[in-house]
Every structure is written in C-alpha cells, then in structure tokens.
Design a binder for this molecule. Structure first.
Ligand SMILES: [Zn+2]
Length: 118
C-alpha cells in the first residue's frame, strides 16, 4: 500500500495552509483561571476565619512571556475575546505543525525546483 501523497497534492495542501495563515484572526497564548477573592473589609464574610465566603469567582488571564507570568482581570466581554483568541492560537499552532509536515514531505521528493511560495 502506498500512502505517499503526490507532489502536486502536497503543494496544493501547502498553498491551502499558507492562505489560511495569511488572514489569521487575533491569537493569544495563555490560560484562563477562575478564583475567588478576599476584600479589604475585615468584617466581611470573605474574612471569616472558619468559613470564608470569597467574592467571585472572577476570571483572569494568565500569560507567560519569557520568564515572566502576568495576569489580567477579565470582564465578561474580555473573557469571551480571550477564549476565542486562545482557541485561535491553538488552531494556529496546529496549522503551523501541518505546514511543517507538508514541507518535510515535499523535501522527500527528488525535485530541486522547490518553490517556497507555491
Ligand atoms: Zn469581602
């Protein structure tokens, strides 16, 4: 059984992936966290020693760049955007992996006329 895709099929797949990447929506690398908070009022139920009832839960985005992790508070609207951008980031990474795989397979062909743009 021969599962090797044809050279033309690989070029076509690569073109499709590059077109997909050319018009990519906003992306965001990070993760969404939810947790409750304590306020500054010492008499509030969130400060109860035995059974604290925290405020929230609130949504935060945790974002790491280099060695630094930062968080940002997310309103409902920002949460919706962040979820979409994170999903699009993951799709982007998958598309780049597929593109790399296609290019790897193209290199297996014995052609020397590889055009990196087609
Ligand atoms: Zn409180």
């Amino acid at each position: 059984m021969n599962n090797k895709p044809s050279y033309q099929a690989l070029l076509k797949e690569r073109k499709r992936l590059l077109q997909l990447l050319a018009d990519w929506p906003p992306v965001l690398r990070g993760s969404i966290r939810h947790h409750g908070n304590k306020c500054g009022n010492p008499h509030c139920r969130c400060r109860d020693i035995k059974k604290p009832v925290l405020h929230g839960p609130y949504h935060y985005l945790s974002h790491r760049y280099g060695n630094k992790t930062q968080t940002v508070f997310l309103t409902k609207v920002k949460l919706r955007h962040a979820r979409q951008w994170i999903a699009d980031y993951k799709r982007l990474i998958r598309a780049i992996y597929r593109l790399s795989e296609v290019n790897f397979k193209l290199l297996r062909y014995h052609y020397d006329k590889l055009d990196s743009r087609k």
